[in-house]
Design a protein around this ligand. Structure first.
Ligand code: SF4
Length: 297
């Protein structure tokens, strides 16, 4: 176990999180750019091709003019991985994440999309009670901290689904639920989308797995061959629907389907769907044991 982190490292972290949040809102990850390029090349329906071209021009304009990719700054969701040999203080990390989110919102300035669910009051910070959402994982054999931010746009987050299927429904029932959920969402989540699917666990873990699935680089297969096969089947079934870009027709409804799974109870078969829009924004900050701060995707 190394030395405890010095206090000024958390201040530096808050500044880095502010940069991370703005970068995620402005700079599309390369894997999503490649997936969109491939989608526009293979699209056969003229209206679908036109929409994909417009999406690409939108991304180009954001690059050239240093603008946000989409006006919806979303709900800030962070996934933090902390190595078992990292001697940081998780409470101080949470404080730095909140501070960085607020700093970015005030200094950019960014639209604040976060309100109280009761009064609908917006304190213009993009934070609030229990927000930003922060999910933790503790990782063996590492000594760094990795923070992934997903500014989760509302059009896609509103299209979130969960069902406790019966074990007898099997994988067939899971497939039907996922495909019907995506098709039933129509153009609301701004297709072409990345479909995050959680299978198994308890109801809360299943929902978290579906959200975790959308942060995987677009199109990267699950390492388990059986799960990867399910991802391919689901992608084909969704794209065969003809829903297409923005729900106006085409063969590109989804850019990818990512499945994350966990063991579950003998009498349960939980499945969750969390959809990510074409503006699949994501940013990654790694802070290593030598005090290097590395921003990426
Ligand atoms: S769903 Fe995504 S692309 Fe659509 S408005 Fe919201 S953030 Fe923008």
């Amino acid at each position: 176990m190394g030395q405890s982190w010095p206090r000024d490292r958390y201040e530096k972290m808050a500044d880095a999180v502010a940069k991370l949040y703005v970068k995620a809102l402005k700079d599309m990850p390369p894997d999503v750019r490649i997936a969109l390029d491939k989608a526009v090349q293979r699209e056969t329906v003229p209206v679908g091709k036109t929409i994909l071209g417009t999406i690409q021009r939108n991304i180009g304009a954001a690059d050239r003019e240093d603008l946000l990719i989409c006006q919806d700054t979303g709900t800030p969701v962070y996934f933090v991985q902390m190595g078992e040999y990292c001697n940081a203080n998780p409470v101080a990390i949470e404080r730095a994440i909140r501070q960085g989110t607020e700093e970015a919102t005030a200094s950019h300035p960014l639209r604040s999309s976060v309100v109280s669910p009761i009064t609908r009051q917006n304190n213009q910070t993009n934070t609030g009670y229990r927000v930003p959402v922060i999910h933790w994982e503790f990782i063996e054999d590492r000594d760094d901290v990795e923070i992934v931010v997903v500014p989760k746009g509302s059009g896609s987050e509103n299209m979130t689904y969960f069902r406790m299927l019966l074990p007898a429904d099997g994988v067939k029932g899971i497939k039907r639920f996922v495909v019907e959920s995506v098709i039933g969402s129509g153009g609301n989540p701004c297709p072409p989308v990345i479909v995050g699917v959680g299978i198994g666990g308890s109801s809360d873990l299943c929902m978290l797995l579906a959200k975790k699935a959308i942060i995987r680089p677009c199109g990267e297969a699950n390492p388990d061959p059986e799960v990867a096969h399910l991802e391919t089947d689901l992608l084909q079934a969704i794209n065969a629907s003809g829903l297409g870009p923005m729900g106006l027709g085409g063969i590109n409804t989804a850019l990818a389907v990512h499945v994350e799974h966990a063991a579950t109870h003998i009498s349960q078969n939980p499945v969750a769907v969390n959809i990510q829009c074409w503006a699949a924004r994501r940013g990654r900050l790694i802070i290593d044991a030598d005090d290097n701060f590395v921003l990426g995707f």
